[in-house]
Design a binder for this molecule. Sequence first.
Ligand code: SAM
Length: 315
Amino acid sequence: IKDMADDEAVQATNDDASECKRYAVQLGYWSDPFINFFVRQTGRKAPEINRGYYARVKGIEVFIDKFLKLSGGKGQIINLGAGFDTLYWRLRDAGNSPLNFVELDFPSVTAKKCYLIKKQKQLIDRLNTEDGEIRFSATDLHAANYHLVGIDLRHISDVANKLSQAEVNFSLPTLFITECVLVYVDTSAASTLLKWLSGKFSNSIFVNYEQVNMRDKFGQVMLSNLRTRGCLLAGVEDCESLETQQRRFTVNGWEGSNAWTMVEVYDSLPESERSRIERIELLDERELLTQLLQHYCISIAWNGQTFKNISIAQG
Ligand code: SAM
């Protein structure tokens, strides 16, 4: 029963992320015409939170853009713990869709997403292609180049099954995204997942956003009983430092890895964009933002030559 309560708390973190994104989009931090279909109007969030989300979304976007360029539109994107992410629809509108796009999350989350997609003509219309019908179950949706499937990422044989139902091709260039997800998965299950993916996808890049520098002021690692909003951060051991973030990939079979704190990511974003968003809301204490950004990172890993040594640097 305790485990189920934990799983429910983890699933609820998606509502929080979606609400924060919607609020920041509403203020003009970035554009996302689809987020409104997934979350209702929400209360005010602090300016540093909005800037933090801006850095998170834009930082991950740097790698998505590089992946799409390097794979020449002939790759696939697999978002693990996707929640209500709208990337598929944003890429589709930009004429930038990959060959296949797969989203995985707990069945209770994908069921809600299926329902919301079905209800919204603007979402469903963009899943249509000439050659495909759209198939729904309560938790899964299969369209020509978009698949949404319900699983528990800790159960690798289910993940394998659902990826094959989603017509994933192991030899295509592949981008994996985990945005604030692995920290909720216990270290050994996360290792099993990373190892399995690295063994199957020899031409791939993994982009992970989550907590880092998880030591308290006494130098102690804030370990497994750590919770945010009632959620057990089961995988926090790997969030200790940029080094542990990188190592978790290489010990699990990935050929290379790299990691940057969100301070570095923020500073690498285009100057003109940063000064645009810094004018949206006043932030009296810049230190607050820096402290927040120091505790999050983007870590990446790659297999094969195509994505070797990709970095956060623009261009
Ligand atoms: N990636 C989305 C984003 O950044 O907007 C959602 C992030 S939310 C903080 C974490 C997501 O990971 C939730 O949707 C949760 O259900 C999913 N998740 C966590 N552990 C999972 C597991 N074991 N299996 C499937 N999904 C999981």
